[in-house]
Design a protein around this ligand. Structure first.
Ligand code: NDP
Length: 444
């Protein structure tokens, strides 16, 4: 049995009931086969893959808090510090009822390669809780965040582990988490990113993941002789990534026809109204059913279906495994040109393979959504310098980083004979740097 197959089998056996983690490991290791095969003896002696798939540390803790009725609630908190070979652990905190250890491990594992791809010195980590901020009062969210940070603060720091936002963790949650960290440690340091502008946040961080997705998509199309202007797109989700992806897409001349939330999806033949979407999601924290009140010509559909619309570009920006094989078939039948992942692992393995077989340009999340973490690293630099850069400075750096990532993934794919297989290219490019650092640092 090959080294890669042995490791995949061992990961599944050792981590039962963590299907998302298995999926991420399979996706990454399968595309690394040529690199692993070329170095098999050395990697086996060093147990390199065994070390790569085992988090350096995983922390699981109780998060008790009191709700508005005086009832004590208990959630589970997680922080997986996966790999620090190239820098302090860096990765978001997800607050969603579906969160469990396997999901945090899948996200932390992916984060290692994504962070490496940015070219910045950041290791991979991820955390979160099964707490659901939806429907909670501000006081309840604060109570949860303070309790969560009371435990988490023992393990993080500006030079050790720097968490950020993710699903369910936006500006409000980061503010409460930061306040509690400062109170407990007495340190005013860049321990979290995604902070508000008045206390160390970076301009353009809010927009970064969505904007970065479009910068990379634009470059990928350009490398293939296609102009992004004039194209149509389907976007899923209506959170941070989706909103700013839609905004940048429109600035680049793309007409975005759809968006969604976990209940249903919107089709707007005139193009999604970003101002209305922001008002519904960022201000009112309401459901997408409200969208029709702003745009009477739009349609709202319950359930799935966002990928059934005829578009040139598909940009999944909601959550993992939201674009299935039948969705991929519908997109191809409708003549889609490219799929670029704003979310983490939104496309199932079968759907990804099908899209690639059909010659669709496919940008994996670890490259396409790396703009968020890259700008988080820029926030860390500004915090260390005690300086704030302008929006345009940060945006220009972000654009440069995304263009570089695009070329790095394409070049790595080319080098190993996987032309245009950007999934393989992104994994290989991210892996090479991490492996180099791990081998140089000895058995740790
Ligand atoms: P938000 O919480 O702001 O938005 C998430 C969106 O996805 C919402 O519209 C939500 O709908 C929808 N959604 C969540 N869970 C499900 C589900 N199970 N089924 C269908 N829809 C769902 O999160 P973000 O925009 O920050 O994150 C979106 C994705 O992008 C995630 O995969 C995240 O890991 C990834 N990402 C985020 C980065 C960032 O900087 N924020 C950076 C890199 C990746 P509803 O409102 O109904 O819950």
């Amino acid at each position: 049995m090959s080294y890669v197959d042995e490791i995949i089998e061992a990961v599944v056996a050792k981590n039962p009931s963590e299907p998302e983690f298995h999926q991420a490991v399979k996706e990454v290791l399968n595309s690394l086969r040529p690199v692993v095969d070329a170095n098999e003896e050395k990697f086996r002696r060093e147990a390199l893959l065994e070390r790569l798939v085992e988090p350096e540390r995983q922390i699981k803790f109780r998060v008790p808090w009191v709700d508005d009725k005086g009832q004590v609630q208990v959630n589970t908190g997680y922080r997986v510090q996966f790999n620090s070979a190239i820098g302090p652990y860096k990765g978001g905190l997800r607050l969603h009822p579906s969160v469990n250890l396997g999901i945090i491990k899948f996200l932390g594992f992916e984060q290692i390669f994504k962070n490496s791809l940015t070219g910045l010195p950041i290791g991979g980590g991820k955390g979160g809780s099964d707490f659901d901020p939806k429907g909670k009062s501000d006081r309840e969210v604060m109570a949860f965040c303070q309790s969560f940070m009371t435990e988490l603060c023992k393990y993080i720091g500006e030079n050790t582990d720097v968490p950020a936002g993710d699903i369910g963790t936006g500006a409000r949650e980061i503010g409460y988490l930061y306040g509690q960290y400062k109170r407990l440690t007495g340190l005013y340091e860049g321990v979290l990113t995604g902070k508000g502008l008045s206390y160390g946040g970076s301009l353009a961080r809010t927009e970064a993941t969505g904007y970065g997705l479009l910068y990379l998509t634009q470059e990928m199309l350009k490398m293939n002789g296609i102009d992004i202007a004039g194209k149509t797109a389907a976007v899923s989700g209506s959170g941070n990534v989706a909103i700013y992806a839609i905004q940048k897409a429109q600035q680049l001349g793309v007409k975005v026809l759809t968006c969604s939330d976990s209940n249903g999806w919107v089709y707007d033949p005139e193009g999604i109204d970003v101002a209305a979407l922001k008002e519904i999601k960022e201000v009112k924290r309401a459901r997408l059913t409200e969208y029709r009140n702003y745009r009477p010509n739009s349609e709202y559909h319950e359930g799935r279906g966002v990928w059934s619309v005829k578009v040139d570009l598909a940009l999944p920006c909601a959550t993992q495994n939201e674009l299935h094989l039948e969705d991929a078939k519908a997109l191809v039948a409708n003549g889609v040109t490219a799929v670029a992942e704003g979310a983490n692992m939104p496309t199932t393995l079968e759907a990804t393979e099908y899209l690639q077989e059909q010659g669709i340009l496919f940008a994996p999340g670890k490259a396409a959504n790396a703009g968020g973490v890259a700008t988080s690293a820029l926030e860390m630099s500004q915090n260390s310098e005690r300086l704030s850069w302008t929006f345009d400075e940060v945006d220009a750096k972000l654009q440069g980083i995304m263009v570089n990532i695009c070329h790095n993934m394409a070049d790595a794919a080319e080098r190993y004979g996987f032309a245009k297989n950007y999934v393989a290219g992104a994994n290989i490019a991210g892996f090479e740097k991490v492996v180099d650092a791990m081998l140089a640092q000895g058995v740790v």
